[in-house]
Write a protein that binds this ligand. Structure first.
Ligand code: MG
Length: 257
């Protein structure tokens, strides 16, 4: 169901979103060679609870972590485990928090130490595509406007755009309607309205777009083993226009909306 949020509900989403932003920033700072993804999960758990929130992901359809940690060829939904990060890896971290019943959800991907220049370009392009999509979010805009803006960035570089996993509406549930694909045609699809909130989350691969799920039932990897990047923000259309609830105002690199 597509839900329309009241101003006080958007305020709760902003608090949940700010918590997610702090989780992602802190986990990124802690993610050094030798650190396990399970250790990063514990850091995230502490932050979420210390800010009066609960984790969105823990127990979601049985998911065992507080965050998703997806290294290298893992696209999304990686489970924090004993894997220790090493120089040259990339890591996608996806986090969700609930404040007084309302969700925030965001993801970043970053390198561990020095990374390959081609991989750097994949990360930069995926993040740029997220912001290209965000710029389309407005009262009266269509879902196809968002998907088209996201996809255009990948097409320019020849990256594979994952199609099986998409963005989504968000509010009292982490995943609400509508689905927000990372591809589409301008001027098509559902119209967005004030009071709606969506997550845009492009996933681009260095190789092909095809995906496979590993035996644990969660871990989504590229079918060809190529490196994959993922970025996500939660965006609301408020009475004062577009607000990115999960934007980290303190991180260097964060862009003004
Ligand atoms: Mg999401």
């Amino acid at each position: 169901m597509i839900t329309v949020k009241k101003p006080n509900e958007f305020e709760k989403m902003a608090i949940a979103g700010a918590t997610v932003a702090v989780v992602l920033r802190t986990v990124k700072e802690a993610a050094e060679p030798g650190v396990s993804t399970k250790e990063l999960d514990a850091i995230a758990a502490d932050i979420i609870r210390s800010r009066g929130c609960t984790p969105s992901f823990l127990g979601y359809h049985g998911f065992p972590g507080h965050i998703c940690t997806s290294p290298n060829s893992v696209i999304v939904h990686g489970i924090p485990d004993r894997y220790r990060l090493k120089e040259g890896d990339i890591l996608s971290v996806d986090a969700g928090a609930i404040y007084e019943g309302f969700h925030g959800d965001a993801a970043i991907t970053f390198g561990i130490g020095e990374i390959d220049p081609g991989v750097r370009q994949l990360l930069d392009t995926t993040e740029a595509s997220l912001w290209a999509g965000i710029e389309q979010v407005a009262d009266g805009a269509r879902l196809g406007d968002i998907g088209n803006a996201v996809q255009s960035e990948a097409d320019r570089r020849g990256f594979g755009v994952v199609r099986e996993y998409v963005g989504h509406g968000i509010g009292r549930q982490m995943h609400e309607e509508p689905q927000v694909p990372n591809f589409g045609k301008k001027g098509t699809g559902m119209k967005l309205r004030t009071g709606m909130a969506v997550c845009i989350e492009p996933m681009f691969n260095l190789g092909g777009a095809e995906t496979t799920v590993e035996a644990d039932g969660w871990t989504v990897v590229t079918a060809d083993g190529s490196i994959s990047a993922h970025f996500e923000h939660t965006i609301g259309i408020t009475n004062n226009g577009r607000v990115v609830f999960t934007k980290d105002d303190l991180s260097s690199g964060s862009k003004a909306d």
